[in-house]
Design a protein around this ligand. Structure first.
Ligand SMILES: [Zn+2]
Length: 51
């Protein structure tokens, strides 16, 4: 698993025009809708269908 979780689409407008946002760790900026956001991992989940 890579250290940086890179989103492929902007969660707000769906565009792929994402760039690393300076200043904050794991933050990205969408240059289509001009929003900056962070991606945070909350933890691991169980695989679906297993106990
Ligand atoms: Zn966007």
């Amino acid at each position: 698993m890579s250290e940086r979780a890179q989103p492929f689409h902007c969660p707000y407008c769906g565009d792929e025009n994402l760039w690393p946002h300076e200043g904050e760790d794991r933050s990205w900026e969408c240059r289509s809708c001009l929003r900056a956001f962070t991606v945070k991992m909350l933890g691991m989940i169980r695989p679906v269908g297993q106990q």
